[in-house]
Ligand binder design. Structure first.
Ligand SMILES: Cc1cc2nc3c(=O)[nH]c(=O)nc-3n(C[C@H](O)[C@H](O)[C@H](O)COP(=O)(O)OP(=O)(O)OC[C@H]3O[C@@H](n4cnc5c(N)ncnc54)[C@H](O)[C@@H]3O)c2cc1C
Length: 501
């Protein structure tokens, strides 16, 4: 690793020029920059036209457009003190009603894709809002004249006023599991500081992973608070944000799941390919104005928890998962009723299991919002434990939901002629042999192609992986849950009973 020395680069600073929510076209125009995105072995010149990415970008653009439409505006936006209309997740909550309004906005966003476009901008907006309103925490950071708290507030205003779409990357790759488990990072692979100057820092290394990275405007590079760093990890301890189109920042994408099929043939992957990318930093310059923490592993370890950003993110996630779970219930019920199996005890029992999971998420969300309370920074937060329970359980629920869909769908998930088969010489056969008691052939094929995209396709399988891991390693999240759980009163009852012996 290079020694940290000082030079004098010019800072790019943070410009706050916008007036709140954008249109989809403005968002797409913003993506046409010098970003370095790689897919299928080549560099992408324009993500908005690149096959396999363009339709996901168009979908997100259509969602941003909805913020401007009468039908949705009141739910998903608010008017700030300057009179600018901004995305609701940026609004600082100061009451239980504010928390519920946030929940309604998150849920509304999620219903637009039935939870299948997982990384809608409200997820990161919520996190930035929380960090920017927990300035006492960031103000503990010290580095010369750098005012980390102000930097965060400036970034919040910049992102909010310009309606930026953010992604984030938290996890360092590991070359050795034991080393990683001990909280140590390897400078062979992990993102680290190589040089420090009057103007900022230089970083090199990789991060896993950035969902939506190629289609985002900005990337937050924060420390993971579940993978705790040790004191000897100072070069790895920082939080900053950069435009995706920053020189040296490279996004290496996985294979796309959008293979250009029609909406009929691939109802989800033709619409909701949000793309994941490994992020490689090749000597990337980060101005001090865009850093929020630096060189203090202990502070970094606490960041998401101490600011309650994680609670706001859990809230967004629980609302999205409710929309997604409801969608799976709807699909299962449609399949059962179309085939007449809605009278079958076994089928009803399987679907009831998914209904119960869905209602559990709803109950946890309700409980959390109803018990929202003020935190130490004067912001309101939903009660953590119910939505933390939801975030721990949903990674197990979702694969089971897909299993139920497979058990009920069975070979019908494979009996999926293409849209073109309704317009060729096979049409009479397809119309004859694919009908169901309560559904015509074309509708049945469309329904099972949807079920296939949910539970079988590459798109659907990636969704299951996403649910298992996107919020962090399940074992570590469960361990953190254990640590945070109010155990004492329960253990006291054991003591009380035993003391009577
Ligand atoms: C589809 C998808 C999208 C993602 N999007 C993002 C994103 O946008 N931004 C981002 O920052 N990250 C993202 N991630 C990465 C995610 O944060 C990580 O996958 C997650 O933190 C797990 O880390 P890992 O993949 O390195 O697995 P590992 O840490 O290698 O874990 C592998 C397995 O080992 C278990 N394990 C790990 N450590 C321990 C331990 N100490 N004790 C016991 N068991 C352990 C884990 O629970 C897991 O089951 C995404 C992941 C996926 C799959």
């Amino acid at each position: 690793m290079t020694n940290l020395d000082v030079t004098d680069e010019k800072s790019t600073g943070v410009q706050i020029t916008g007036k709140g929510i954008r249109t989809g076209e403005e968002y797409l125009a913003g993506l046409r920059d010098d970003r370095e995105v790689w897919t299928k072995g080549k560099r992408v010149s324009d993500v908005t036209v690149e096959p396999g990415m363009n339709r996901g970008a168009a979908t997100l653009a259509s969602f941003l457009d909805r913020q401007n439409q009468d039908e949705y505006r009141g739910c998903v936006t608010y008017v700030d003190d300057d009179g600018d209309r901004c995305a609701m997740a940026y609004k600082r909550p100061t009451s239980v009603e504010d928390i519920k309004a946030r929940g309604r906005a998150y849920y509304e966003w999620a219903t637009w894709s039935n939870g299948m476009f997982g990384r809608t901008p409200d997820y990161k907006n919520a996190s930035v809002m929380a960090f920017a309103h927990a300035t006492d925490f960031l103000a503990q950071g010290t580095k010369g004249n750098t005012d980390f708290a102000k930097n965060m507030v400036d970034f919040y205003d910049f992102a909010r006023k310009n309606d930026k779409v953010l992604t984030h990357t938290l996890v360092n790759p590991a070359v050795n599991f034991q080393q990683a488990a001990a909280g140590k990072f390897s400078d062979q692979v992990a993102l680290h500081v190589t040089k420090e100057t009057d103007a900022g820092i230089y970083v090199t290394g990789a991060r896993l992973l950035a969902t939506l990275g190629p289609l985002a405007d900005e990337i937050e590079v924060f420390p993971s608070t579940v993978l705790r760093a040790t004191e000897d990890n100072i070069p790895f301890a920082f939080a900053f944000a950069l435009p995706i189109a920053t020189p040296g920042l490279k996004l290496l994408c996985r294979d796309t799941y959008d293979h250009g099929a029609s909406n009929f043939d691939a109802p989800l992957s033709s619409r909701y390919e949000e793309m994941d990318a490994v992020v490689i930093f090749d000597n990337v310059f980060v101005p001090w104005e865009r850093t929020f923490m630096y060189g203090q592993p202990e502070l970094c370890n606490q960041a998401f928890g101490a600011t309650n950003a994680v609670v706001h993110m859990m809230h967004q996630v629980a609302c999205g998962k409710l929309a997604k779970a409801e969608f799976i219930v709807g699909l299962l019920c449609k399949i059962a009723s179309a085939s007449g199996r809605d009278e079958d005890l076994y089928t009803k029992g399987l679907i009831a299991e998914v209904m119960q999971m869905t209602e559990s998420v709803r109950a946890m969300l309700f409980s959390s919002e109803e018990q929202a309370h003020e935190d130490e920074f004067g912001n309101f937060i939903p009660l953590r434990s119910p939505i933390d329970t939801s975030r721990n359980m949903f990674p197990k629920m979702y694969p089971r939901m897909l299993e139920v869909l497979q058990l009920i769908g069975s070979s019908s998930l494979m009996a999926t002629p293409a849209e073109a088969d309704f317009n060729n010489e096979m049409t009479p056969h397809v119309e004859q042999y694919f009908q169901l008691a309560n559904m015509e052939s074309r509708d049945r094929v469309a329904m099972f192609r949807l079920a296939h995209d949910v539970a079988i396709s590459g798109f659907g399988t990636r969704q299951a992986l996403y649910e298992r891991f996107f919020f962090g390693p399940p074992a570590l999240i469960a361990s953190a849950y254990y640590d945070a759980y109010d155990k004492e009163p329960k253990m006291d009852r054991i003591d009380q009973l035993l003391s009577q012996n």
